[in-house]
Design a protein around this ligand. Sequence first.
Ligand SMILES: NC(=O)c1ccc[n+]([C@@H]2O[C@H](COP(=O)([O-])OP(=O)(O)OC[C@H]3O[C@@H](n4cnc5c(N)ncnc54)[C@H](OP(=O)(O)O)[C@@H]3O)[C@@H](O)[C@H]2O)c1
Length: 283
Amino acid sequence: MRILITGAQGQLGHALQQALSGEDLTLKDLPEFDLTHSDSESQIVAARPSVILHVGAYTNVDGAEREPHRAMAVNAEGTTLVARAAATLNARLIYVSTDYVFDGTKSTPYREEDVPHPINVYGQSKLAGEIAALTGCPNTLVVRTAWLYGHAGNNFVKTMMKLAVEKPFLEVVGDQRGCPTNADDLAQALKELVASDLQGICHVTNSGDCTWHEFAEAIVRLMGLSIPVRPITTAQMGRLARRPPYSVLAPGQLGMVRALLPHWKDALARFMKESSRLASTPR
Ligand SMILES: NC(=O)c1ccc[n+]([C@@H]2O[C@H](COP(=O)([O-])OP(=O)(O)OC[C@H]3O[C@@H](n4cnc5c(N)ncnc54)[C@H](OP(=O)(O)O)[C@@H]3O)[C@@H](O)[C@H]2O)c1
């Protein structure tokens, strides 16, 4: 099985390279492979994969408000090109999407069949990508995940770990609730989904849910620190893009393929242990 990964140098891309290390992998990312260039389609066709893990994306949520055309070009039009290449090859397409396709007005977990209604440009561009993937390639699975963190690149966990040793206290948003997800756990699930015949939409996150404030508190305590972590509101935080106040994803189809992912607290503890091991390993 030849598997092509877009966004291979991103945080999930790195985790996928590890999880799929025994497979025949073709890795694609900027600058040689640009989803906004039409030759990305021919590059994929030339590589002849039987599975495409389309992970590459414009992921800066606030940046997307400033440059909506670029976010759309990468996430929506880029996915149209990937889906067309997948259809040409009769390949299986797995497109990774986001909890931010929902508006957060529910107070119970979002199901795979709930109607999306994004409230920011990033979510709109990823929803357009979902539609492009599902309509452009017959054998498509859209995998929605959330609040991702991995060892490559920057993310909330790494930011909190840095701030916790620099600041006397932390202030973190306490009125947004979601599902933190360890990229290694998601990559392992994606490996199993590659081999499955699931199609349509599948929610994959670590189990359980929390606010960003509760998440930060857990990070700081796992570091063995006792500094105060205070909740603030989304309005106080003053970010450019609106965020859904509630974007917990309910697992659905995943249960037909494997067990649910571990609880986010276990996944976080594992990540932080591995981070300190990597930091103390001589290069
Ligand atoms: N991060 C989250 O919290 C989160 C939550 C839910 C869903 N997701 C989805 O999960 C997937 C993986 O996210 P991630 O956190 O691993 O993102 P990431 O670290 O930002 O990785 C995305 C990769 O795509 C590349 N890319 C950007 N523009 C491109 C273009 N025009 N052509 C080709 N490649 C391009 C990036 O390159 P550069 O770094 O050079 O720009 C990067 O290597 C994405 O589809 C994202 O929408 C993420």
